[in-house]
Design a protein around this ligand. Structure first.
Ligand SMILES: Cc1cc2nc3c(=O)[nH]c(=O)nc-3n(C[C@H](O)[C@H](O)[C@H](O)COP(=O)(O)OP(=O)(O)OC[C@H]3O[C@@H](n4cnc5c(N)ncnc54)[C@H](O)[C@@H]3O)c2cc1C
Ligand code: SF4
Length: 508
């Protein structure tokens, strides 16, 4: 945030001259998992650039490198004899618990201000929230649109006449489609220094080489403008499309920036709405994008706080299998997964549908333990944080939270992947075969999942038609599906894990 609430509040209370901004670089927070190296570069470089910009604006800054936040703050309070501290409420459940004890830990009054990286904190769409009750994202989103007066006509109707343009936004990418280039940045001297540091530390997955993300507010604003001018207009139709030649398509690539405070959610929403009002982008694309930011992002954050701490260990489908080794090396002959995992290892990014309908779909059908899947996402993605990974992976992707985040499991056979991508054309597997030596694993795993959970799924109205079809599968075919799924799952290599924050190369 350009205007951090804690800086504003401290300045209002004491005046700029007697305030000191403390920025803590905590080695504990970069050490729990062997995080994506590009994420480490992004976080460290953005923090150091932010500290530099505060100094340039005339603030006194104490940049502390410490084992953890508490130790860093204790050192700061002791060194500068601070009489009070202002901070913003963390988006992480665990850190917020620590913030609650900070006054006692530090021995000075600590004011924890509301988190301004999300809009749902300032407005509660469902004040009557009950634990265990299911709430629909669509209702949540409409309440947000009304409250923040987004894409509304003066009479209160939704702009364009509809609240939702999803039906127009499900096109595959046409052959030979020319995509606009993404907006990236060359590392400056400070970022290059951080890249060398992260490389030398040896910690993490992926490579620092090729780092090209925004690390300042100005660069992130340039990236937003670039998206609005060059990619928003076609965002809608191709938002669910997948392509072997490009993983970014018309997506905004802004999640990391908004998650670390280089951009604010309402800034994205207003910029897209303005493009619609100026006739630069159609309503279907603009509504589709605003639905992601004002709808999904806020809903996910709201679900995180509703469901924590139980969400972390939710496992509604009793999935126990360890994460397969291919997620660490992309070594699989399933063409779709090979491409997407390779990209995630290299860049720390894949778009929404590839996270949901390839990676989580596979993990759910294969019965992978939700905690292992969420740790994998936290490890590999540049934009990953606790508040966003747990509800998206455990709730939405794996439906392990008893359907509190999503009303149905997002599972599909190869038919969906074949329709929305070009992966199947050059795959050794046949997306049309359900069983047999060339059958796509997504097919027998999908039908095996339905058979295994038939009773539970029959109670899910939204999966009804697929489940009803099970009664038409003859007994020998059922047996074959189960046998092939068992054989495939039995051959999956497991990843044997981490050692002191680095990856042991030997695989089981
Ligand atoms: C299994 C799974 C895991 C995910 N993990 C993350 C994660 O670690 N970090 C993360 O920021 N997003 C995550 N998402 C949400 C979404 O996939 C990413 O925000 C999006 O792909 C980021 O790319 P983009 O900026 O190009 O997004 P666009 O497609 O351009 O969408 C615009 C913006 O909408 C927001 N958004 C859209 N959907 C969601 C959502 N479900 N939750 C939160 N924000 C959303 C993001 O800020 C995003 O930048 C996950 C989704 C799934 C299904
Ligand atoms: S055939 Fe199956 S494994 Fe191959 S790309 Fe298509 S969906 Fe993926």
């Amino acid at each position: 945030m350009r205007s951090h609430p804690a800086v504003l509040a401290a300045e209002a209370a004491a005046g700029k001259d007697s305030l000191r901004v403390v920025v803590v670089e905590s080695s504990a927070s970069v050490g729990r998992l062997p995080y994506q190296r590009k994420k480490l570069v992004l976080m460290l470089s953005a923090m150091r650039h932010y500290a530099e910009s505060l100094c340039a604006a005339g603030y006194s800054v104490d940049y502390v490198r410490a084992r953890d936040f508490s130790q860093g703050l204790r050192e700061h309070v002791r060194k500068w004899k601070s009489s009070s501290l202002f901070t913003m409420a963390s988006s992480s459940f665990q850190t917020r618990l620590l913030q609650g004890e900070l006054s006692t830990t530090l021995g000075v009054p600590v004011t924890v201000l509301p988190n301004t990286q999300f809009l749902v904190g300032s407005f509660t769409p469902f004040p009557e929230t009950q634990s265990g009750k299911r709430y629909l994202m669509e209702n949540f989103y409409r309440k947000m649109r009304r409250h923040f007066s987004v894409l509304l006509e003066p009479n209160g109707d939704p702009s364009g006449g509809q609240w939702n343009y999803d039906a127009e936004n499900r096109k595959p990418l046409p052959k030979h489609y020319k995509l606009p280039p993404p907006c990236f940045f060359h590392p400056d001297a400070l970022t290059t220094e951080v890249m060398e540091e992260v490389e030398k530390a040896g910690h993490g997955v992926g490579k620092v080489g090729g780092f090209n993300l925004a690390v300042t507010h100005e660069q992130a604003e340039t990236a937003l403008q670039d998206f609005i001018e060059n990619r928003l207009a076609e965002f809608g139709p191709y938002e669910d499309a997948m392509s072997s030649s490009d993983g970014r398509l018309h997506h905004s690539l802004l999640s990391s920036y908004v998650n670390i405070g280089l951009l604010e959610p309402l800034q994205l929403v207003r910029a897209a709405e303005q493009a619609y009002r100026a006739g630069k982008a159609p309503i279907s694309s603009v509504e589709g994008f605003i639905r992601q930011v004002l709808g999904w992002r806020e809903y996910i954050y709201w679900q995180y706080w509703r469901q924590m701490p139980d969400l972390r260990t939710a496992n509604g489908w009793a999935a126990k299998r360890p994460m397969p080794a291919m997620f660490w090396n992309a070594d699989t002959d399933m063409n779709c997964l090979h491409h997407v995992i390779r990209r995630v290892i290299d860049s720390g990014y894949s778009h929404h549908i590839e996270r949901l309908m390839l990676i989580c779909n596979f993990c759910m059908l294969a019965g992978i333990d939700p905690a292992e899947v969420s740790d994998w996402f936290l490890t590999f993605y540049v934009d990953a944080f606790d508040w966003v990974v747990l509800p998206n992976v455990i709730g939405m992707g794996l439906n392990a939270d008893s359907g509190q985040t999503a009303t149905k499991p997002y599972i599909a056979s190869a038919n969906y992947i074949n329709r929305m991508s070009d992966y199947c054309g050059s795959c050794k597997y046949d997306p049309k075969q359900r069983t047999g030596p060339s059958a796509c694993p997504f097919n027998y795993l999908y039908w095996n999942f339905l058979l295994k959970h038939e009773k539970k799924l029959r109670a899910q109205p939204r999966l009804g038609p697929a489940v009803l079809g099970l009664s038409r599968i003859p007994a020998p075919e059922r047996h074959k599906i189960e046998q092939e799924a068992e054989r495939y799952l039995g051959c999956l290599e497991s990843f044997t894990g981490y050692e002191n924050g680095t990856i042991k190369q030997q695989l089981k």
